[in-house]
Ligand binder design. Structure first.
Ligand SMILES: [Zn+2]
Length: 43
């Protein structure tokens, strides 16, 4: 989904601006969509 307001990504620490694609990580926090995808089972 798209962010409705400015917030911060808990994965990379960058700002998430309204209108950006975001997703929830495993802990239910909002992160960038690409950050959520990266957080799965790294070796
Ligand atoms: Zn991020």
């Amino acid at each position: 989904m798209k962010a409705k307001f400015n917030t911060s990504c808990t994965s990379c620490g960058d700002q998430i601006k309204a209108g950006k694609e975001i997703a929830k990580d495993q802990t239910g926090r909002w992160v960038h969509k690409y950050c959520a995808a990266e957080s799965t089972d790294l070796p």
